[in-house]
Ligand binder design. Sequence first.
Ligand code: ADE
Ligand code: ZN
Length: 318
Amino acid sequence: MLPIAELHLHLEGTLEPETIFAIAERNRVSLPYKDIDELRSRYAFTDLQSFLDLCYANVAVLLAAQDFSDMTTAYLDRARAAGVRHAEVFLNPQAHTARGVPLREVMEGVAGALSESLRTHGMSSGLIVAFLRDESEESAMATLEAVLTLDVPFIGIGLDSAEVGHPPSKFARVFERAQAEGLHRVAHAGEEGPPDYIWEALDVLAVNRIDHGNRCLEDDQLVRRLVTDQVPLTVCPLSNVSLKVVNELSSHPLAAMLERGLKVTVNSDDPAYFGGYLDDNFDALIEAGHLEPADLARLARNSIEASFADSRRKLQLE
Ligand code: ADE
Ligand code: ZN
């Protein structure tokens, strides 16, 4: 089985419609859809924002640590079936604390499920605390300070949500603080936003990886920089089709990116919303004629090398 490490995955984007309804019932939260079919009928997105609106409305069902734990375990089980042996997952605490859910419930629920999966299945993982870039820098900084006071392990910080109009430089101080704490740093850039946002993520935020990065192809000098430094790009093919970043999978630039020597990895982003998990992404790419056997091996190797796993774990994953 080929996929090895998944490095771009939003836990909130793994809530399947059935789970949303089941947790809503358990928590007596009323949903604005009469049934699962009506919810599914809304999974036709026009752009990133149209998806974010639905995804962050649905997290209203998550109230207690158990809900966050169940969401995380369901993803890990499905990812394991897809061949994932190491997962680095995003969580957006602000999407929950803003609704009055205590930060400790959120973080302990997720972290508990991650450590249980290591114990039971030998599946390693890392939690990345991501900030909503359409919120203020002050809110991100307060969230970072708050998670640092908890005794809950996390490996790094990320930047996601509505990209255009919210450049990486807005969060310079937050990333500087994280770097001083020895945390890994990643940022979504070049999904809808311009190549300049990728430059900023590299030069202002000093990120270790770029999430998406598709639009680097518009800037030859940027491609050269990414290739020279072998900065990993966590590319999400089915997400790109769903959010109209590309017109169709057959015109996806993944093969071109590999060809140019970019260190790309394949990821599922928000699998419950975009038509599939990591194995589904690979199956669709193969079906679209994008990948040779050598590319598959390269992508698997890239996922290990681009991960934040320690060197001992990396050797085990090889
Ligand atoms: N949050 C969840 N998925 C995202 C994506 N693809 N881009 C930006 N923010 C996100
Ligand atoms: Zn993403």
